[in-house]
Write a protein that binds this ligand. Sequence first.
Ligand code: IPD
Ligand code: CA
Ligand code: CA
Length: 286
Amino acid sequence: MTNDDQLQIFLDIATEAALAGGAVLQAYWGKLASIEEKGRPGDLVTEADKAAEAVILKVVQRHFPQHAILAEESGKLGEATSKYLWAIDPLDGTTNYAHQYPFFSTSVGLLIDGYPQVGAIFDPFHQELFRAARGLGATCNRSPLRVSTSNDLSKSLLVTGFAYDRRTTADNNYAEFCHFTHLTQGVRRSGSASIDLAHVACGRLDGYWERGLSPWDIAAGVVIVSEAGGKVTAYDGSPLQLDSGRILASNGLLHASMSRELLQVPRLSSYGYATLRDWQTQVRAK
Ligand code: IPD
Ligand code: CA
Ligand code: CA
């Protein structure tokens, strides 16, 4: 069997798992009985997250019982020494889902020797299945994906997000959001990191950055953006470290300018403020 054949098998299983998880999310849509906070304010978990994760795990474990898994609600499972690691977000966009705002997805990625190689993202509300494997291209519902051709930041549409620690850190992405809102035609905040990456891959958006992410938010999406001709790195353009929490993804043409702007944004912390509330309190006191 060639490497491509093997990747195709992994991709088929990632797809089966993402579709199965998505079907659970559809079944619970608008019928949630339980919405809990996981610890940090606003970090929600519902019975849909848990039920979707259970079916995704079942698919992956049935086919690959020896592989390691990192799943948002269950943590680390399987053989820790395996070269294969499945990174699973059963419901990316839980806040949207809990409010019945229709932007959410299941995200199933596979890392081989630490590198994302396979990804499937399913948006059940819009019935869009984004998938890719290294070297095999990226598709949405079987149509090939290609990033946008926009090369002018002032004409671009970007997307970002804000992590659940935003109230307690000065490094909360607010300064970056304001900065790019000023420089571009707009910055969106969809509430689902995997959909953000999928939309960069299909050219609806020109670029995406975010901090405070977990590997399960982005493992699948980075493969899809790369295979659609885009670029995915750390903020400074160096190779992406999946567990750093920070990502810069773009159509490639805007990458250098996005990276430059990200590195020079003045942040609250540069002025000695610990949080936005800290800054507001001190300004009001003056
Ligand atoms: C969140 C979403 C959101 C991003 C947050 C993530 P969740 O994932 O991807 O867009 O801004 O940082 O934690 O909690 O809905 O799975
Ligand atoms: Ca997530
Ligand atoms: Ca989630």
